[in-house]
Design a protein around this ligand. Structure first.
Ligand code: PNS
Length: 163
């Protein structure tokens, strides 16, 4: 049976760090569904529609990967998709506590679903959507850290009003 993983996240916005995990994930799984959380409680820079558009454009050359959105419990979405595992990236030790807590809660909610962690490439170890947004907000150059469409959207979002 083909093995399917769900790669969930906020992806606000997608970074090359996320894409690195997806590429590594495709070495392990037959297909991956990238699932963008719809969370009205969390303030995001980009709408779900924008985030999905960035993902679709960035992943258009990768086979066996699709982009979707979900709300509510991740574990329910995994069951709905009949997926085999949850895929998450691990950067530094600082990620560990949050990821560990989430994986154990998900396991408690459904013992049949495993969480698989993959190590990000060394060059992405310090990148996150949040740090990239912060740099971009103050005019920092984030070239090479996010796909070109995202780089342009960040510039646009933080462009100083003229006049
Ligand atoms: O990119 P993020 O923000 O680190 O992703 C977090 C995400 C979307 C994986 C997590 O918040 C999530 O799964 N939310 C859905 C609600 C849920 O199932 N929470 C975990 C168990 S209570």
């Amino acid at each position: 049976m083909p093995k399917v993983a769900i790669y969930p996240g906020s992806f606000d916005p997608v970074t090359y760090g996320h894409i690195d995990i997806m590429q590594r994930g495709l070495d392990v799984f037959d297909s991956i569904i990238v699932a963008v959380l719809q969370n009205p409680a969390k303030t995001s820079l980009f709408s779900v529609a924008e985030r999905m558009a960035f993902l679709k454009e960035s992943l258009k050359d990768l086979a066996n990967i699709s982009v979707d959105t979900f709300n509510g419990l991740l574990i329910d979405y995994v069951a709905e998709k009949e997926a085999d595992a949850i895929l998450r990236g691990m950067r530094a030790v600082s990620d560990f506590e949050y990821e560990f807590q989430m994986a154990l809660m998900n396991r408690r909610l459904n013992r049949d679903v495993q969480t698989v962690f993959l190590m990000t490439g060394l060059r992405w170890i310090f990148t996150s959507s949040s740090i990239i947004k912060e740099a971009a907000q103050f005019g920092g150059n984030v070239h090479g850290m996010v796909p070109p469409m995202v780089e342009a959207a960040l510039k646009d979002k933080f462009a100083k009003p003229s006049g």
